[in-house]
Design a protein around this ligand. Structure first.
Ligand SMILES: [Ca+2]
Ligand SMILES: [Ca+2]
Ligand SMILES: [Ca+2]
Length: 235
């Protein structure tokens, strides 16, 4: 073999080896995707099971862009102990978009301090910067004069002696609030929502119960709160 034939043979062997490696790497992946192009029609390099989701529990690209990142949506009001209604239908809470982007909470998870208490937001739930959403426990009928709910969870109640509210999006903690009635620096009021004081609207500022009070604005149903509207000023 002359020098030129030898070089050609080495090049051919190398090309064959690279092709075999590429085939092996394709095993279990979406091999219809042109490399580095997950935008091609019908192609999602992250998708393994063809259900349109990435297969890792996260939504597809369009939704993912609008998912809140940590601190962009925060809890601002928590009606954990209703009075006008039974807690099984009367609990609700308010969240606020404190970020600067239009967001959608679809596929985010609301949960409390019990790891088995989780509710997935299985609908589009858009919220603009400065916008508020009201989550409520699922009720069988619309209750006249009651709080207007943007989304309903079911399967668990919030504890009347204390609990946590947790919002998780794409496996990231967006915000959480821990409340413990025994350590509140003020008396708990049955039938009034725990309400974050204006001026403390951040995911870290709402961690301190010193920045919360019980609502004093009365709703038509008789309980106290400002669901979907600015919170009461604090003394
Ligand atoms: Ca409760
Ligand atoms: Ca927080
Ligand atoms: Ca409010």
């Amino acid at each position: 073999m002359n020098r030129r034939a030898f070089v050609l043979a080495v090049l051919l062997s190398f090309t064959a080896a690279v092709s075999l490696l590429a085939l092996a790497a394709c095993d279990g992946d979406d091999c219809n995707c042109p490399d580095g192009d997950s935008d091609a029609a019908g192609c999602d390099e992250n998708e393994l099971d063809g259900d349109g989701a990435d297969g890792d529990g996260e939504p597809s690209d369009g939704d993912a862009e609008k998912m809140p990142r940590p601190g962009e949506v925060i809890f601002t009001e928590i009606m954990y102990d209703a009075d006008a209604l039974d807690d099984d239908v009367g609990e609700w809470l308010e969240v606020l978009n404190v970020g600067e982007r239009d967001l959608d909470l679809r596929n985010c998870i609301f949960s409390d301090d019990n790891p088995s208490h989780k509710a997935v937001i299985d609908q589009s739930l858009p919220v603009a910067p400065g916008g508020r959403l009201v989550f409520g426990i699922r009720r069988p009928i619309e209750i006249p004069g009651d709080v207007e709910l943007d989304w309903m969870w079911e399967g668990f109640n919030l504890g009347n002696n204390g609990d946590m509210t947790i919002l998780t999006c794409a496996d990231k903690l967006v915000d959480e609030v821990v409340f413990d009635v025994a350590t509140m620096p003020y008396d708990a009021v049955k039938g009034a929502s725990l309400s974050l004081c204006p001026g403390f609207e951040s995911a870290t500022d709402n961690d301190s119960l010193a920045h919360w009070r019980f609502s004093v604005s009365q709703m038509t149903i008789g309980d106290f709160g400002t669901p979907g509207a600015a919170n009461d000023p604090c003394p």
